[in-house]
Design a protein around this ligand. Structure first.
Ligand code: TMP
Ligand code: ASP
Length: 236
């Protein structure tokens, strides 16, 4: 398949058209940003790790009944995915309090939650991705009720599958962010990425952070953390 013109450049990825109108090519960059783009940097090798790890996990999820946009890995940084219309929501799944939830509710990071928490944020950089609820989503027409029911069910299923997958690798999945989209025929699929950029991973024994919080919070050892996760998950 031919890589054609660039359609879009995001903070961590570029998207290109291909000669098949139903398929686009994602190209993962080493660029890292945080706090809605205020903090900028580079995480050497991140694009390769996030590409391979996302594809590895999407294939695992697909096998277990979660439809995804994944089509084919083309190179270290490039992957073909189904063209989708993105539901303009960040779907956040939390097992343990951390990050913005800890701030908002005054909970020490690491406080266990009695049940899994789902949150939605409206994807809008100018507004700083504000948190919204299902009433806002319906009122604004961002997704209908049936879509939201399906999104919630998929998000919880992805959580179960990922938690179980990471547990024997001594990695606690604290929280993560998902995005969903509709293909041309209206099928809802999991899109975007699943990587240390979009998940919080803590070592089960030492509770060491093995994700982008090392970059966000200037903790050092950023590249090493991405490599450690990649190594535990895929042996590379
Ligand atoms: P938060 O605690 O900052 O709300 O983040 C929750 C999870 O979502 C965490 O695993 C990081 C991920 N995340 C993204 O993938 N993109 C974002 O823009 C933000 C703010 C968080
Ligand atoms: N990627 C997001 C940004 O640049 C936020 C984050 O991951 O913390 O703003």
């Amino acid at each position: 398949m031919k890589k054609l013109e660039q359609l879009y450049e995001g903070k961590a990825k570029k998207v290109f058209a291909t000669d098949d109108p139903s398929i686009v090519m994602v190209d993962y960059k080493d660029d890292a940003t945080a706090f809605n783009g205020l903090k900028k940097g580079t995480i050497e090798g991140k694009g390769v790790i996030n590409n391979r790890m996302t594809n590895f996990l999407m294939k695992m999820l697909e096998k277990n009944g979660v439809p995804t946009h994944f089509v084919e890995e083309i190179s270290d940084r490039e992957t073909l995915v189904k063209r989708v219309t993105i539901v303009p929501l960040e779907v956040i799944v939390r097992n343990v309090a951390a990050g913005s939830l800890s701030k908002r509710l005054g909970l020490p990071e690491g406080t266990p939650l009695r049940r899994t928490v789902l949150e939605y944020c409206y994807k809008n950089d100018e507004l700083g991705d504000p948190m919204v609820n299902e009433y806002h989503i319906a009122a604004m027409g961002w997704a209908d009720d049936a879509t939201m029911k399906q999104i919630a069910a998929y998000a919880l299923k992805v959580n179960d599958l990922l938690v179980r997958y990471f547990r024997p690798l001594n990695i606690d999945l604290i929280d993560f962010k998902l995005e969903f989209g509709h293909t041309a025929d209206g099928t809802l699929v999991l899109a975007d990425e699943i990587s240390p950029d979009t998940c919080r991973f803590w070592d089960s024994k030492t509770h060491e952070k093995l994700d982008k919080d090392r970059f966000r919070r200037d903790l050092g050892g950023v590249e090493e953390a991405y490599q450690e996760i990649s190594h535990r998950l895929m042996g590379e």
